[in-house]
Write a protein that binds this ligand. Structure first.
Ligand SMILES: *Cc1c(COP(=O)(O)O)cnc(C)c1O
Length: 498
């Protein structure tokens, strides 16, 4: 299985090369040249497998240049080493007969990003070895809050790597910020920028694709790679949990093999829902992919009208990890839907970078309508989704999951569709305690996030994750904040490059 760039299909590289480079030199993203399908009986066979075994089965289709042993080591180190709180790695909770919450936040940083970022360092160091790269790999991350911490945890003290994270100074929750600035490890760096997530992401992408910078780093024995969901090594692990949840629903007798499901995903950079699309294309019977946005509803508009227009007001919301106006992974979907038309994708994305806007062809819009349903929740609707879910099912969700629950309810009532739905739950409510408490009618003032966590524990009955309560004892290590134009000097400084 080869990988090609969305902006140049003549480029063909192995999965290890795609994972090491992160993004293509032409600015495009790497995609598999074809999407592998499950053969008869393969899904059935997965019923008896553990999560790591299911992961290995899915990876063996995409990472064909990895040996069986390499894959087995990667999945074992990531998913069977005790870093997830539950043995199953993910958990499925059934709210009603048709609503199934897929909890993806039992990893060390309490957000779904761990599902991929616990394994990415293993995939990456294996890929580095396989491709014979002898440089130190510098992972550059732009984060809207959760990726940064998950990447730091995944890569801390990973041999031959250095990791630098940029986050928007006022765009992450207090808990998220604390998680990042107290990060331990000898190869880590964290820096705030005076800007929003899109500024951070654009800055990182620019540094990444600049040939002069690459040359200078190379002379210093360093190369860049990415832990953002532009890296294929982030996406492949996300396909696993959609496949696994289907298999699990069958195993648990909630559906029969072959039955349709819907999948609803709280969406920002379009990585998580794109993984659900890949699972569908591999043969998981998914009727609709439901794309849930917050007030930054650029994707809702796009999936309805075919016009992507980022020239709009940017909102800072209670679901900060979805406060994004440039959804990078959409490029991969459009590449597939255009039949691999690299010229067309290059045109769309040069238009996006020049004017902030593009419009897709009618045939692509038709396919989008077939595949997706899209809607969004306002801030008020997000908070009501939290209280409704708590009242109806005694289940407490975080703000991002609440956006998905709210949009799913809009979908179900406007279409009457009662197909079982897997709703991706992307973070523990303890990562956003202030907003969750407010939604549950608790407007008390607490001294800090830890008092809020105690209060949330009382109302939700959920255990406070140890990784969060332990933050209280940690001292901040990284307090630097720079202008968005000063990211490169910050990178050089952190790497000790003059
Ligand atoms: C990153 C994140 C999202 C958005 O996922 P994308 O793959 O960027 O679409 C949603 N919820 C939470 C909690 C996240 O951390």
């Amino acid at each position: 299985m080869n990988y090609q760039s969305t902006r140049d299909s003549s480029l063909k590289i192995s999965s290890a090369e795609a994972i090491v480079s992160g993004i293509s030199k032409d600015g495009g993203l790497f995609v598999p040249e074809c999407i592998p399908a499950f053969k008869d009986g393969e899904l059935k066979a997965m019923e008896g497998m553990s999560y790591p075994e299911r992961a290995e089965a899915v990876f063996s289709k995409f990472l064909t240049d990895f040996t069986k042993d390499e894959l087995r080591n990667c999945v074992k180190n990531a998913y069977a080493s005790g870093s997830f709180e539950t043995e199953n790695v993910m958990e499925l909770k059934t709210l009603s007969g048709t609503e199934h919450i897929l909890e993806l936040w039992h990893g060390p940083t309490c957000a779904f990003k761990d599902m991929a970022l616990q394994i990415l360092p293993h995939l990456l160091t294996t890929s580095v070895r396989k491709t014979g790269v002898e440089k130190k790999v510098c992972i550059l991350v732009a984060t809207s809050g959760d990726t940064g911490k998950a990447a730091l945890e995944g890569f801390k003290d990973a041999p031959g790597t250095e990791i630098l994270v940029f986050y928007p100074e006022n765009g992450v929750s207090a808990m998220q910020k604390l998680q990042m600035i107290t990060q331990e490890g000898s190869n880590v760096g964290v820096c705030a920028i005076k800007g929003n997530f899109d500024d951070a992401q654009t800055g990182v992408k620019k540094i990444f694709t600049d040939h002069e910078i690459a040359k200078k780093l190379s002379e210093n024995g360093v190369m860049f790679s990415s832990a953002n969901s532009i890296n294929w090594g982030r996406l492949a692990p996300q396909i696993v949990y959609y496949v696994s949840s289907y298999v699990q629903l069958v195993k648990d007798g909630k559906i029969k093999m072959g039955d349709d499901i819907n999948i609803c995903v709280p969406t920002g950079n379009f990585g998580n829902i794109l993984a659900a699309y890949y699972a569908k294309m591999m043969g998981i019977p998914v009727k609709k992919l439901i794309c849930a946005s917050n007030s930054n509803n650029v994707l809702t508009d796009f999936l309805r009208t075919g016009v992507y227009d980022r020239n709009r007001k940017f909102y800072t919301t209670v679901s900060p990890s979805m406060d994004i106006l440039i959804s990078s992974n959409l490029e991969r979907l459009l590449y597939h839907l255009s039949g691999g038309d690299d010229k067309y994708i290059s045109e769309l994305y040069s238009s996006l970078s020049a004017t902030g806007r593009f419009e897709v062809r009618a045939d692509i819009l038709e396919k989008l309508h077939e595949l997706f349903y899209a809607d969004f929740c306002t801030e008020e609707e997000t908070l009501s989704a939290i209280s409704d879910t708590k009242n109806r099912y005694d289940y407490t969700t975080d703000t991002h999951t609440a956006v998905a629950v709210g949009v799913y309810n809009k979908y179900a009532s406007s279409t009457g569709d009662s197909t079982p739905c897997v709703i991706a739950s992307t973070a523990s409510p303890y990562k956003f305690p202030a907003a969750v408490l407010k939604a549950l009618g608790d407007n008390n003032n607490y001294a800090d996030e830890f008092e809020m966590a105690e209060a949330l524990n009382k109302v939700s009955g959920l255990n406070i994750p140890k990784a969060l309560s332990e933050l209280k004892k940690k001292t901040p290590r990284f307090t630097q904040s720079v202008e968005k134009s000063e990211m490169l000097p910050a990178v050089y400084q952190m790497l000790g490059v003059k």
